[in-house]
Design a protein around this ligand. Structure first.
Ligand SMILES: Nc1ncnc2c1ncn2[C@@H]1O[C@H](COP(=O)(O)OP(=O)(O)O)[C@@H](O)[C@H]1O
Ligand SMILES: CC(C)(COP(=O)(O)O)[C@@H](O)C(=O)NCCC(=O)O
Ligand SMILES: [K+]
Length: 249
């Protein structure tokens, strides 16, 4: 079995696939290294022979996780590394090492699935949009705060924006003008995300008049999916790219 990890700024997404890559056997989302090892400890029938991961965390945090994986599972995790090119896909950053590895892998995964020009939007702690041309040229992208950062900034920098987490979840059932603080903030922030995505769509239409594919991923992808009716929502997009960047043969 192959253990795959996508270590974002807020959550670690993990999954276990068969060695030939054809079956997804187990999957989960955890908020810490400790929770990851707890989940793995109780995973039924788990026998990990290989491991690959991508991390946007600090090198020290990533090295610590790799060491713990070695201790507890006896595997040496292969970590995705920056690259200026993989196959026909070219990294568009001035310094390719600076492009977030989750973005790079999502771009590789999207181009692999789409085989044409792509707009890739990843809605997590941060929201990122990346453009890839039909020939595989990554043209760069945009970064803005994601939903958790927007709401945290509002509560951190105001005195009276305070509301219950449960109320917040209920507030997103619809997007009418809010009639409570929770509704006003939650819906306002979701509309920011939706406006951002709509703008990216306009940019893609202008850049790729011959057509393009839109891929949505990240924990908050569902909040914007109907802004782009033809979009493919691919929760595992980073893992698709991880398999391309880190083949385990
Ligand atoms: N089951 C879930 N577990 C955790 N976060 C979720 C879940 N469903 C939706 N979310 C949303 O996804 C966001 C995190 O997205 P994610 O792509 O995991 O972020 P990151 O890669 O930055 O860690 C959370 O802030 C939350 O708004
Ligand atoms: C933009 C990001 C913070 C997104 O992280 P995430 O929301 O997935 O946790 C990450 O891709 C990153 O640290 N990028 C480095 C900066 C850049 O891509 O330009
Ligand atoms: K993201």
């Amino acid at each position: 079995m192959i253990l795959e990890l996508d270590c974002g700024n807020s959550f670690i997404k993990w999954r276990v696939i068969s060695v030939d890559g054809t079956q997804r056997l187990l999957a989960g989302v955890v908020d810490s290294d400790a929770a990851l090892f707890e989940s793995l400890a109780v995973a039924p029938g788990l026998r990990v022979s290989r491991c690959r991961l991508v991390s946007v965390r600090s090198d020290a945090e990533t090295e610590q996780l790799v060491a713990r994986l070695r201790e507890s599972l006896g595997v040496d995790a292969v970590c995705a590394q920056p690259a200026s090119q993989v196959g026909v896909v070219h990294n568009g950053y001035e310094d390719f090492r600076r492009l977030g590895l989750d973005r790079w892998l999502a771009v590789l995964g999207a181009y692999h699935l789409g085989q044409r020009a792509c707009l890739v939007v990843d809605l997590g702690t941060a929201v990122t949009a990346d453009f890839v041309s039909a020939s595989g040229m990554h043209l760069g992208g945009f970064i803005c705060p994601g939903l958790p950062l927007m709401r945290d900034q509002l509560s951190t920098h105001t005195r009276r924006i305070r509301y219950d987490r449960q109320v917040a979840l209920a507030a997103l059932q619809e997007l009418e003008p809010g009639r409570s603080t929770a509704e006003a903030v939650e819906r306002g922030c979701v509309l920011m995300l939706r406006g951002f995505v709509a703008e990216q769509l306009l940019q893609a239409q202008a850049r790729f008049p011959e057509g393009f594919e839109v891929f949505l991923t990240g924990g908050d992808a569902d909040l914007v999916r109907d802004v782009v009716p033809g979009a493919q929502v691919v929760p595992d997009l980073v893992f698709v790219g991880l398999a391309i960047a880190c083949p385990l043969s």
